[in-house]
Design a protein around this ligand. Structure first.
Ligand code: PMP
Length: 326
């Protein structure tokens, strides 16, 4: 679907995957006016296909567009585009367990020009790509690198938007994590370098206490981290399962001390791609520690199973999250 100043949205079309031709002065290449989303279509227990919370992705896409001075695509048009593509590619939605069809809706400026200003022309597209189980050989805890040097987003910046520049800013930190043998980066806030924000492509959760008495804590949305849809879903699922939930500031110090004295029993990351990933160990320039016994925690796995059961239609959908294909 194209958008042109004065004309609005026009020329929606479904076409085979193919390269795009671009002018060297395309404004996106220079000023990064680009936003994206990630969501999945799951094969349901009865054989049908459904998208998980596409309305929430559509709303977040509108918020990202607003922050990046781009036109807002109506929620219905976003869902219709995803729906149309998945219906076309229905046969590509795998049928087993947590396999899925990953959708990547995105929008970028197509205007040609060298001046810095919001563009007058944009293109919205959706790519579909089959995704196998994120952990083909079972769920494995990840090691994380607590970055002291690099931040992902600052107050007033674009951290809350799903825009390419945030990810570009994270690449060097990701390379630093790999040098230290870690799979993911945990970002701290830009002002005090104290409060836990999120992982490069996932939100974080901390479990304090155990059994039915556990409290599930996640960093509150301060404007510099992404409002993950998996994060939001887990707040509901955890309450449905009878756990207390809290959204609040949590410091790196509290995390380290909580793991040392056992008051934080489990930590996990969550997002569309991996659903829930247990965090097994943490490293920073000053410290290194293991989370619990380094193995996936019981509550982590219980929440993971509960979420996947809704996504694959094996459990009831009390919140109306599944969007069946029309
Ligand atoms: N934080 C960041 C920076 C991300 O890129 C993602 C992936 N979209 C998430 C968190 C998790 O969000 P969601 O649950 O909506 O996939």
């Amino acid at each position: 679907i194209r958008w042109t100043e004065g004309r609005g949205w026009h020329d929606a079309q479904l076409q085979p995957y193919a390269p795009l031709q671009m002018d060297p002065a395309n404004m996106t290449l220079h000023y990064s006016q680009t936003i994206f989303e990630g969501l999945k279509a799951y094969r349901q227990a009865d054989g049908s296909v459904a998208l998980f919370r596409p309305d929430s992705n559509a709303e977040r896409f509108r918020r990202s567009a607003r922050r990046m001075a781009m036109p807002e695509l109506p929620v219905e048009a976003f869902i219709e585009a995803c729906d149309l593509l998945v219906r076309q590619d229905r046969a590509w939605v795998p049928g087993e367990g947590e396999q899925s069809l990953y959708l990547r809706p995105f929008m970028f400026a197509t205007e040609v020009g060298l001046g810095v200003r919001p563009a007058d022309e944009y293109l919205f597209m959706v790519i579909a790509s089959p995704a196998g189980a994120y952990f083909p050989s079972g769920v494995k805890p990840v090691s994380v690198w607590l970055s002291q040097e690099y931040v992902r987003a600052a107050p007033g910046g674009t951290g809350e938007a799903k825009t390419g520049g945030n990810y570009a800013a994270s690449l060097l930190a990701q390379a630093e994590a790999a040098e230290h043998g870690c799979a993911q980066v945990v970002y701290l806030d830009a002002v005090e370098r104290r409060w836990i924000e999120e992982v490069g492509g996932m939100n974080l959760y901390f479990v304090s206490g155990s059994g039915g008495d556990a409290t599930i804590v996640t960093p509150k949305l301060t404007g510099t981290l992404l409002a993950g849809i998996t994060r939001d879903s887990l707040l509901s699922i955890a309450s449905d399962l009878g756990y207390r939930t809290e959204e609040r500031l949590i410091s790196a110090e509290e995390w380290r001390e909580g793991n040392a004295d056992g008051s934080i029993s489990e930590v996990f990351a969550c997002g569309t791609a991996a659903v829930i990933t247990p965090v097994g160990s943490v490293k920073s320039a000053h410290a290194e520690w293991t989370v619990g016994d380094g193995e996936p925690g019981e509550i982590t796995m219980r929440l993971r199973e509960a979420l996947l059961a809704v996504q694959t239609g094996r459990a009831a959908d009390p919140h109306g999250w599944m969007h069946r294909l029309g």
